[in-house]
Write a protein that binds this ligand. Structure first.
Ligand code: FMN
Length: 163
């Protein structure tokens, strides 16, 4: 997974113009691992207490295209597109959930969207789901995930505007 700094490093190391590296990310932006459709339902609401509210997706289909893990996602909601990070899995750290859930934290978003229909473009995988030995480790990891996914989307945006 490349951050902007890593893209610049790759550019220097292999003598590839930085705009070519961002071109690759632009192409990556055009593809999705899969798309998910569903409605937003109430979760256990622990996410908000941990500092990152999440929207829980109730899928229209039981067909599951994803292995458990954390993904960068683009969410289409009420005709607008938002970016976020999604955990698909059973939340093993909390041990309260045996059913797979799809939980999305949207960046810079604080509206109530319960009952809304959304379409999720799953853009890239960043890591497998982990059973952490403490909630603090989980929080720290989610903060890293958010930074990681934001950097990658930022890189794709750079490609899009031709930097
Ligand atoms: C980006 C992200 C990554 C997550 N990664 C993990 C993980 O690796 N292991 C885990 O047990 N739970 C993980 N979770 C799930 C959290 O435990 C969950 O968001 C929290 O329990 C709140 O759920 P709730 O709002 O439905 O109550 C992740 C959640 C998000 C948003």
């Amino acid at each position: 997974m490349a951050t902007i700094k890593e893209a610049v490093d790759i550019s220097k190391e292999f003598n590839i113009p930085a705009n070519k590296i961002t071109e690759v990310f632009k192409l990556l932006d055009a593809v999705s691992i899969c798309t998910l459709d569903g409605t937003i339902v109430h979760g256990q609401k622990i996410g908000g207490k941990l500092g990152f509210p999440t929207a829980n997706l109730n899928l229209y289909t039981s067909k599951d295209c994803l292995k458990n893990g954390v993904y960068g996602v683009k969410v289409n909601l009420r005709g607008l597109t938002y970016y976020g990070v999604m955990n698909a899995g059973v939340k093993p750290t909390l041990n309260t959930n045996i059913q797979k859930t799809y939980e999305i934290h949207l960046f810079d978003f604080n509206q109530s969207i319960y009952g809304e229909e959304i379409n999720v473009e799953v853009k890239f995988f960043i890591r497998e789901e982990i059973k952490f030995s403490s909630i603090n480790q989980l929080i720290q990891q989610i903060e890293n995930d958010i930074m990681h996914v934001k950097y990658k989307f930022e890189l794709q945006q750079m490609g899009k505007i031709g930097l």
